[in-house]
Design a protein around this ligand. Structure first.
Ligand SMILES: [Fe+2]
Length: 204
């Protein structure tokens, strides 16, 4: 295969990668919605599926603008990120803990897309293709909004997952220890858990 040696060619490679990534996502999102237990999270995945279908169409418009046939090139990164979300589902029960893991996996996907669309948009500008740049920026903004929505959802879901984890710990302790010891152990683990929950949802 000839080497990619011009910015036009690099841009085409980027669009092909994004096209394949979005197509993979349109297949993965219904599964993620099905696996989620929170109704709000299900709805968010469902909504993002519709958005993603629109993003596929936008990329088809970009292909048209540069006079190329719409054709994807296997995006290994997206395949890996989707694989990770599948693993989270198989490693958890129907629970807020699964939801917390699914949100983390979905945010990895969004961050990958944000960087991909950011570069592609900048390269379109560099090539003087303002219309392509505008289309790519539109999708870029949707990905950023989705990431923000996931941040917000994470705040409730992480709290529920945290509470559930505490209940599970309490059940374990009930089997092992007497009541007074249990009360003090719980207040200890609660403050530790509060510190932890401030983490993943506020990182971006
Ligand atoms: Fe997307």
């Amino acid at each position: 295969m000839p080497k990619v040696s011009t910015m036009d060619q690099l841009f085409l490679e980027e669009i092909r990668d994004l096209y394949d990534a979005e197509k993979q996502l349109t297949k993965a999102l219904p599964k993620m919605a099905k696996a989620a237990t929170s109704e709000d999270l299900k709805a968010a995945f469902q909504e993002h599926l519709e958005q993603t279908q629109g993003q596929v169409q936008r990329l088809e418009q970009v292909f048209e603008l540069i006079g190329e046939k719409a054709r994807g090139k296997k995006c290994a990164a997206m395949a890996g990120l989707i694989q990770e979300s599948t693993e989270i589902v198989s490693e958890t029960d129907d629970s807020p803990v699964r939801d917390a893991g699914l949100i983390a996996a979905a945010q990895k996907v969004e961050h990958y897309e944000i960087s991909g669309y950011g570069s592609a948009r900048t390269h379109a500008e560099l090539l003087g293709n303002d219309e392509a740049a505008r289309l790519l920026e539109e999708t870029l903004n949707e990905e950023k909004e989705t990431d923000q929505k996931l941040n917000e959802l994470a705040q409730t879901v992480n709290m529920e997952a945290d509470e559930e984890s505490e209940d599970m710990e309490m059940d374990d302790e009930e089997e092992e220890t007497a009541a007074p010891a249990r009360a003090s152990a719980r207040s200890g683990s609660k403050s530790a858990a509060k510190t932890k929950s401030a983490g993943s949802s506020r990182n971006s």
